[in-house]
Design a protein around this ligand. Structure first.
Ligand code: GLN
Length: 192
């Protein structure tokens, strides 16, 4: 399976390493033609305003949107989740508007700008998933057709799936736990 990782800015190298560990062919994507022949695309964490601008400057945004609307599986983490959302409560960045969720950037105040939380994620089994949150967004609202995969202890929504789109507020690529990457590969090959 060939998975592209948007490599404009942010934690793309870590995603590529995790996907390769799972036996996928993972390739960086910087140009529109590199979207050809992919079975899935990862939009990593980083700075959503920079990623968004670069995506537009390099004519990737419309192409990604088009491909996702015709079924390309997309996995967005942190800044990537912001870019997948239909609505962002901040004026910036302009998102791709693919997933029926509303997000709030930098949603955790100063004290909790970065933190770790053990998350219960029923679709991954019983073992909690180590959630690494770095100036993370949260999901404020989700349409009924969106499946919420994980919440923080206070109920805050931090992981969601809508069809072949998967969005996490945290960074699975910075842990040793490969289950979310495997879950995405399973979505991409139609097993889930
Ligand atoms: N705070 C960043 C943003 O709003 C996201 C942080 C991250 O991806 N770790 O773009």
């Amino acid at each position: 399976m060939r998975i592209g990782v948007l490599a404009s800015q942010g934690a793309f190298a870590e995603h590529i390493a995790k996907l390769r560990q799972l036996g996928a062919e993972a390739v960086p994507v910087r140009l529109p033609e590199e979207l050809e022949g992919l079975d899935g695309l990862v939009i990593p964490g980083g700075e959503s305003t920079s990623i968004s601008r670069l995506m537009r400057d390099f004519h990737l945004a419309d192409k990604i949107k088009e491909r996702a609307q015709s079924g390309l599986p997309v996995f967005g983490t942190c800044a990537g989740m912001i870019l997948l959302a239909k609505k962002n409560s901040d004026a910036y960045p302009e998102t791709l508007g693919l997933m029926d969720i509303s997000v709030r950037r930098n949603a955790f105040g100063r004290q909790r700008e970065s933190f770790e939380a053990e998350l219960s994620v029923p679709v991954l089994g019983e073992k909690p998933f180590p959630g690494v949150f770095i100036r993370a967004p949260l999901i404020e609202k989700a349409d009924g057709k969106v499946e919420i995969l994980a919440r923080l202890g206070d109920g805050t929504m931090v992981a969601a799936r809508e069809g072949r789109l998967l969005a996490l507020a945290f960074h699975p690529e910075l842990t040793d736990d490969l289950r979310f990457h495997q879950y995405f590969l399973d979505i991409a090959c139609g097993k889930r």
